[in-house]
Design a protein around this ligand. Structure first.
Ligand code: NDP
Length: 241
């Protein structure tokens, strides 16, 4: 008999816009209790989504956000580490701060929320972790040495977590989006967009909902035996990587 995969306490970091917001809506439609973190005040979220303030580069702020979510929805059973930034520039122009600040948000930020969430999951004797990586984590990308390093690091994180906590009914997977229409990609130069479009076998960019559906599924009971996997959602862009 499978357990119910609805009504769970779900937390998505960086859920006020883009892919994170689409993921929040997907879990809400699934009947889960959904909370998102945001650094700024959010006013226009769909009814039913709890917004808590958190900066994933700050452990105390992460802890405070978890306490708020736990008080409202109970221990977090599904964690989606989605918060991420880019600071693109070529290696020779990349400052150490350009590198470490991207790592601090994308990789150490995921570590901070994962560590905080794992306590509750161990007590609950169940949990689902989904780390939002990127096709460029394994494919590589000029001008993104910082970002690609942070995103491939998430693969080692999910796989190590799987080996540490896999026997406790906790799964950890990586979803690796390709080019998705959000504010993050809006700012890319037209030339870069054209290059991506030519390289994507699907011949189009991805919508945030197409990422959200896969995240919801990999956190569902249907995916109970998938852990440590890297699931590409990229229209074929990264095939073989
Ligand atoms: P957006 O730029 O639209 O959203 C980024 C989100 O991350 C925002 O909610 C932002 O919150 C949050 N965030 C950034 N820094 C922090 C921080 N220090 N603490 C807490 N939250 C933070 O990006 P997308 O929706 O496009 O991207 C979401 C994820 O998907 C990212 O990890 C990204 O790397 C990944 N991705 C995106 C792709 C794309 O093509 N768009 C492709 C592959 C992966 P705030 O509004 O408060 O700044």
């Amino acid at each position: 008999m499978s357990e119910a995969t609805t009504g769970r306490s779900v937390l998505i970091t960086g859920g006020n816009r883009g892919i994170g917001l689409a993921i929040a809506k997907a879990f809400l439609a699934n009947g889960d209790k959904v909370a998102i973190t945001s650094r700024s005040e959010v006013t226009d979220l769909p009814a039913g989504i709890l917004a808590v303030k958190a900066d994933v580069t700050d452990e105390a702020s992460v802890d405070a956000a978890f306490k708020e979510v736990e008080a409202a929805h109970g221990p977090v059973e599904v964690l989606v580490a989605n918060a991420g930034i880019t600071k693109d520039t070529l290696l020779l122009r990349m400052s150490e701060d350009d590198f470490t600040s991207v790592l601090d948000t994308n990789l150490t930020g995921a570590f901070r929320v994962l560590k905080r969430a794992s306590k509750g999951m161990i007590r609950l004797k169940k949990g689902r972790v989904v780390l939002i990586s990127s096709v460029v984590g394994l494919y590589g990308s000029p001008g993104q040495i910082n970002y690609a390093s942070s995103k491939s690091g998430l693969v080692g994180m999910a796989r190590s977590l799987t080996r540490e906590l896999g026997a406790r009914n906790i799964t950890a997977n990586v979803v690796a989006p390709g080019y998705v229409n959000t504010e993050m990609t809006d700012v890319l130069p037209e030339e870069t967009k054209d290059q991506y479009m030519k390289a994507i076998p699907a011949g189009r960019f991805c919508e945030p909902e197409e990422i959200a559906n896969v995240v919801r599924w990999v956190a569902s009971d249907e995916a109970s035996y998938i852990s440590g996997a890297v699931i590409p959602v990229d229209g074929g862009l990264g095939m073989g990587h």
